[in-house]
Design a protein around this ligand. Structure first.
Ligand code: ING
Length: 317
């Protein structure tokens, strides 16, 4: 049986003034706990090295860049890589990436997958940046990911830990395309970290459903693509903002195999049988046999006009 023993490494709040060294000590404690529980891989939340800073409007780029990593590993994060190599456990880490590319600085909401030898085997940059780009004082707190980050280019998968692994970050998990694009690449485990406030200012009527929606989207993504999904929260009341917990490991059946029960630093673990993916990929969700891509660009006729399925005019052939 091909399997990966996975730990969801949930974090409680990270204070604004908490140092990288202090956070790395918390991540290391979870890594040790996961390794002693026999895990091969631990998944940490989105932006796991700092508080969720997009909740504040900032204009001074130097102040903003204090929350970013210029190198990975850097001096303060290398101890985590060294510990991973020492313990023989891999990890997935979300962080704010400051990258110099073709002579220009770029800023991404990123995550990396590190193997048991401490080597980075994949990097992903968040595609779906929620929130807004300008200061919106009407909100109890801001959500300025569109201001502080550029969107990533897409969703890839990598052969690692004996399976096909993909990554996504937070808001990505709400979009069915995230899972399907990786599903079409044969993904068997999707790793997702998140920081999700209970309160969503544009739609407060959804607040009471925040945990339900969190689990719903990951269960659907898992089942509809025959893949394991690991969702890991930065949870609790962080700098005054109440963030959901709900970290869980979901099987290709859509069932919750393991879940955290607190809103602090906690691991939940499961033995993820990768061959269980085939029970769905080779039957109900056999894309080659049952999917109908030709129909997905369906052109509908409405009021005597030919329109694309999304209601826009048909591009002239
Ligand atoms: N956070 C939230 C998320 O997608 C959000 C933002 C919450 C959007 C609720 C819509 C509804 O889980 C991040 N960091 O994407």
């Amino acid at each position: 049986m091909r399997s990966i023993n996975i730990a969801a490494g949930q974090l409680g709040p990270i204070a604004r003034n908490e140092t990288r060294t202090e956070v790395v000590a918390r991540l290391s404690a979870l890594m040790r706990e996961a390794q002693s529980a026999g895990c091969d891989l631990i998944i940490y939340p989105e932006l796991a090295l700092t508080t969720f800073f997009p909740r504040w409007y900032m204009e001074d780029q130097a102040e903003i860049d204090c929350f970013f990593e210029r190198e990975m590993p850097g001096p303060q994060t290398r101890p985590l890589f060294d510990l991973a190599g020492e313990l023989g456990i891999g990890f997935c880490l979300g962080y704010a990436e400051l990258a110099l590319e073709d002579g220009r600085l770029h800023r991404y909401n990123s995550s990396i997958l590190v193997d048991k030898s401490g080597r980075i085997v994949a990097k992903y940059r968040k595609v779906h940046l929620p929130g807004h780009a300008e200061h919106e004082p009407w909100r109890k707190f801001q959500h300025l990911e569109k201001r502080y980050f550029e969107p990533g280019a897409g969703f890839g998968v990598v052969d690692a830990f004996g399976g096909v692994i993909g990554m996504a970050i937070c808001n990505d998990r709400r979009w069915s395309e995230t899972y399907r694009v990786m599903g079409l690449q044969g993904v068997e485990v999707v790793l997702i970290g998140y920081n999700t406030p209970v309160h969503n200012p544009p739609a407060p009527e959804h607040d009471e459903l925040s945990l339900f929606h969190n689990q719903l989207v990951m269960q659907a993504g898992a089942y509809q693509n025959g893949t394991w999904v690991v969702g890991v929260a930065k949870a609790g009341i962080e700098e005054g903002v109440d963030q959901i917990g709900g970290s869980c490991i979901i099987a290709p059946s859509g069932e919750v195999a393991a879940a955290c029960t607190t809103r602090g630093d906690e691991i939940a673990r499961a033995c993820c049988d990768l061959d269980l993916c085939n029970s769905y990929k080779r039957t109900t969700f056999n894309f080659d046999v049952h999917r109908q891509p030709h129909a997905y660009r369906l052109i509908v006729e409405r009021k005597g006009r030919h329109l694309m399925a999304d209601g826009t005019a048909v591009p002239s052939a």
